[in-house]
Design a protein around this ligand. Structure first.
Ligand SMILES: O=C[C@H](O)COP(=O)(O)O
Length: 262
């Protein structure tokens, strides 16, 4: 089963509109003429979405602009109304947003998002035909207590509760061990592969072997140009969700290149 790798830059709370423009101009000039065999996604802050949409879809800066797809870093589980500070899926659609990162560990641990809330957001995203990048991952304490598999199974099962097989085909899973995020400590390729294979087996339990073989599972956590090739060579790793190392266009490009080289 061949799965197209997907490399997503999660800029987190970095880069306003001006820095977004600098990054995109530089990235597009570096990728001009390249045929990268991967889906490339950028998730800026909400306030930089209009600028990114304009640069990629309206200003017509070159053919390769359309090769980049836009993601949001979150969305509301509600349609509209009195939800101060929230952004709806339909608002995101106005800015050519195709993907939405949901369940990131920072949303879970800092903002208290539960598996049930993440499940509601996944459903809302699918109603608007957005593709969720559904994040899961264990803390160091959970791993050391031997709870890796039970944590991942619960997150996957609860997050995908009542999600149809058809909707699953538009979902990307991102396995991000919390202890590897922004720490410079990467999971070894063996640890990452084991976790990815386990997550795929949970999908097989829930949906059967064919959907499990098709779903893309990204790795996230201190991915850099220097470790991308080894991680992406693992059979169950289908790309990366990148934070710090995707703030620089050259570094993001090198990760994609190194991670897709045969
Ligand atoms: O969403 C991205 C992940 O949290 C990874 O962040 P990082 O590459 O800075 O470790």
């Amino acid at each position: 089963m061949s799965r197209k790798p997907i490399f997503a830059a999660n800029w987190k709370m970095n880069k306003g509109a001006l820095e977004t423009e600098d990054f995109i101009k530089s990235f597009l000039s570096k990728t001009q003429g390249l045929n990268l065999p991967a889906d490339i996604v950028i998730a800026p802050s909400f306030v930089s979405l209009p600028k990114l949409a304009d640069l990629l879809h309206n200003s017509n800066p070159g053919k390769n602009a359309h090769a980049i797809q836009i993601a949001a870093q979150n969305c509301s589980e509600f349609d509209s109304g009195a939800y101060t500070g929230e952004v709806s899926v339909l608002m995101l659609r106005e800015f050519f947003v195709h993907y939405v990162i949901l369940g990131h560990s920072e949303r879970r641990s800092i903002f208290g998002e539960t598996d049930a809330a993440i499940n509601a957001k996944i459903k809302k995203a699918r109603e608007a035909n957005l593709k969720p990048i559904f994040c899961i991952g264990e803390t160091l304490a959970e791993r050391e207590a031997g709870k890796l598999e039970s944590v991942l199974r619960t997150q996957v099962t609860e997050g995908l509760k009542d999600i149809s097989e058809k909707d699953l085909s538009d979902i990307v899973i991102a396995y991000e061990p919390v202890w590897a995020i922004g720490t410079g400590v990467t999971a070894s390729s063996e640890q990452a592969q084991d976790a990815h294979a386990f997550v795929r087996s949970v999908i097989a339990d829930l949906y059967g072997s064919e959907p499990a073989a098709k779903i893309r599972i990204q790795y996230g956590g201190s991915v850099k140009p220097g470790n991308a090739a080894e991680l992406m060579a693992c059979p169950d790793i289908d790309g990366a969700l990148i934070g710090g190392a995707a703030l620089d266009p050259q570094s993001f490009l090198e990760i994609i290149k190194n991670g897709t080289e045969e």
